[in-house]
Design a protein around this ligand. Structure first.
Ligand SMILES: Cc1cc2nc3c(=O)[nH]c(=O)nc-3n(C[C@H](O)[C@H](O)[C@H](O)COP(=O)(O)O)c2cc1C
Length: 386
């Protein structure tokens, strides 16, 4: 039975599921951020991709540039094992919390979102880490909750629980985040759950506001967890139609639970001087496709060895060398396409990926971002009920 501590809860600025996080989307604008290339190879599985080494030095430059050009957030993933192949894709990956703490200290404005695996990190440890990040960043901390999609990462450290299936990992995550939210607001937490137990557990300092919670569950269970828990969801889809459906569904689901949620998508932008130049660059990536790393990725996802090597939809998509959705074209084409997608899918923002961040971010800032900001201006009042 769950026992509730009697201490008075700390009142966060705003109330309940407030979405006044200081982001453009609070006021009807769009939130633009970058997915930091903190693992080598970025999001292109190719020997022809620009050399992203995943180093702190590179990510530091990207974060400073993100702040300078007026992006709204920076986010890093949590990654524990690479995919092999010629590229040794993601073999080297920085720790997400240490990285974001360092970047919080050298930025002033961008939100800093770090990723934590619910299977790996005790909720009391996470509560304190994020409260610390909240202080370092002066209230800009965010937490991406992941339940573990890549089995191979966890098996190597005996942290994969075969008895806890896919959907149940979200049940576990529910207990996990419930404890964290209580530790952020209550003096003492006693919790007797199926997966976690806390006895008079104490955590201070408290964050000055509830950190921004994001999640990227794509399964039915994952989407429900996200709608009921997160302030923002990373949605994906094979086309605008599917993305719009997911974005609308999760917003409706959140409303049904008496709350609001923002929806973002993640997009790799290949920007060339002309459409043809951008397509040629993407073709060059395709020509260097690292099939061995792709197989490693499939294994990590828990696909059966019998399926690996077959020309299924996973491989067909991966053959493009891109590990995510992408827009390929001139700055004009990319801007038009982004605006069209944001509008049609009713998205609140986009998390950007670039083949070469330091080369393309200035182009994005100069030729694409002003069009997005102009098309979706911020209004004077909060657009979300809080
Ligand atoms: C933008 C984005 C970021 C993600 N970051 C991570 C991550 O850092 N670590 C991880 O293991 N999974 C990550 N994932 C995977 C998701 O957390 C999730 O497990 C996956 O989308 C499958 O959804 P499901 O868990 O509902 O099946 C990410 C997914 C997206 C779209």
């Amino acid at each position: 039975m769950t026992q509730i501590a009697e201490a008075e809860p700390v009142q966060f600025k705003g109330s309940g599921n407030r979405l006044d996080f200081g982001l453009p989307s609070d006021l009807g604008g769009k939130d633009l951020g970058v997915f930091l290339p903190m693992a080598n190879g970025g999001w292109i599985l190719s020997t022809n991709a620009p050399l992203l080494d995943g180093s702190y030095e590179y990510n530091h430059k990207v974060a400073i540039l993100a702040e300078e050009i007026g992006l709204d957030f920076i986010m890093s993933m949590a990654k524990w094992r690479g995919y092999g192949g010629v590229t040794q894709q993601w073999h080297s990956a920085l720790d997400s919390q240490i990285l974001m703490a360092a970047l919080a200290a050298v930025t002033k404005r961008v939100k800093v979102l770090t990723t934590v695996h619910t299977l790996l990190q005790n909720p009391a440890v996470t509560a304190k880490m994020i409260a610390t990040l909240d202080q370092i960043s002066n209230g800009r901390a965010g937490l991406n909750i992941v339940t573990g999609a890549y089995k191979g990462e966890f098996e190597q450290m005996h942290a994969w629980r075969d008895t806890v299936g896919h959907d149940e990992r979200y049940d576990l995550a529910e207990e996990w985040i419930t404890i964290i939210k209580r530790l952020w607001t209550e003096e003492s937490v006693t919790f007797n759950g199926k997966y976690f137990q806390m006895d008079d557990c104490q955590s201070a300092p408290k964050p000055r506001r509830q950190p921004f919670l994001v999640c990227a569950g794509t399964s039915e269970r994952g989407i429900r967890f996200t709608a009921e828990t997160a302030d923002a969801m990373f949605a994906g889809g094979k086309d605008d139609h599917e993305l719009a459906h997911i974005s609308n569904s999760v917003k409706a689901m959140a409303r049904g639970a008496g709350r609001s949620i923002k929806t973002y998508t993640m997009m790799n932008l290949v920007i060339g001087d002309t459409d043809a130049a951008a397509e040629a660059e993407a073709d060059h990536f395709r020509a260097g496709f690292d099939f061995e790393a792709c197989k490693g990725m499939m294994r990590a996802y828990g696909l059966l060895d019998a399926e690996i090597g077959k020309e299924n939809s996973f491989v067909q998509n991966a053959r493009s060398s891109f590990m995510s959705a992408r827009i390929i074209g001139s700055a004009e084409t990319v801007a038009t396409r982004l605006i069209e997608m944001i509008e049609y899918c009713d998205l609140d923002g986009v998390m950007l990926i670039f083949p070469d961040y330091l080369k393309s971010m200035p182009v994005f800032a100069r030729e694409i971002m002003p069009r997005i900001r102009a098309r979706f201006p911020e209004k004077a009042e909060l657009t979300y009920a809080v």
